[in-house]
Design a protein around this ligand. Structure first.
Ligand SMILES: CC(C)(COP(=O)(O)OP(=O)(O)OC[C@H]1O[C@@H](n2cnc3c(N)ncnc32)[C@H](O)[C@@H]1OP(=O)(O)O)[C@@H](O)C(=O)NCCC(=O)NCCS
Length: 174
């Protein structure tokens, strides 16, 4: 069983109005990273996409403070963002898929399994939409991210090159 402290956080979908807060959190997280290759800086265009349907950016709030957020990204089938087509252990073409694209927790809120709490909620939303397969990538050196994905029931598939770095591709039958 995953121990969580869900009572602390209020989970709310975010939109374009929260672009500034999302970018500020991204900058803060990047500044605290042990290694710069653990996380890729998203482009403005990518954030725009993430903050609008059909994608879902879910924020975790403590009062007025944004503690973290996670993104469910619904790629165009067969498009460049469609990770399911790179899977080697399952046939990713069999069902609708989405990516647990990014998750960032404010450095001072790390260690509360917020990534897991966000990932569970995004998976539930995906399921409600009939999405039966979730994909994610993480740097093999990003142990915090990898631990969270494994806790969420993601399985390792293979090593892929993404954003110019080696990444581990994960999937979860939803
Ligand atoms: C990866 C990340 C989202 C995990 O979020 P989280 O909610 O803190 O994760 P958890 O609480 O489940 O902790 C996972 C691991 O992180 C490490 N960790 C926990 N608190 C930490 C802290 N304050 N500082 C550094 N590492 C910490 C521990 O190894 C922990 O594993 P453990 O529970 O077995 O001890 C978060 O670390 C983060 O935002 N990192 C920077 C952005 C990033 O790399 N995102 C993932 C790629 S999109």
């Amino acid at each position: 069983m995953i121990e969580t402290e869900a009572y602390r956080f209020v989970f709310k979908p975010m939109g374009m109005a929260q672009m500034g807060q999302v970018r500020a959190l991204e900058r803060e997280a990047l500044a605290h990273l042990e290694r710069p290759d653990l996380l890729r800086r998203n482009t403005e265009q990518m954030w725009r996409e993430c903050l609008q349907p059909p994608h879902l950016c879910l924020g975790a709030w403590v009062g007025e403070e944004l503690a973290g957020f996670g993104v469910l990204y619904v790629p165009e089938r067969g498009g460049v963002e469609d990770l399911s087509h790179s899977l080697t252990r399952v046939d990713g073409r069999q069902c609708a898929s989405a990516n647990f694209k990014i998750c960032i927790v404010r450095p001072c809120w790390r260690g509360h399994h917020l990534q897991v709490q966000l990932g569970q909620r995004l998976a539930a939303e995906a399921k409600a939409r009939g999405i039966g397969l979730l994909c994610a990538t993480a740097s093999p050196h990003n142990s915090a991210s990898v631990k969270g994905l494994l806790r969420l029931g993601y399985c390792e598939d293979s090593q892929v090159e993404k954003y110019g770095f080696e990444r581990t591709l994960f999937y979860r039958i939803n």
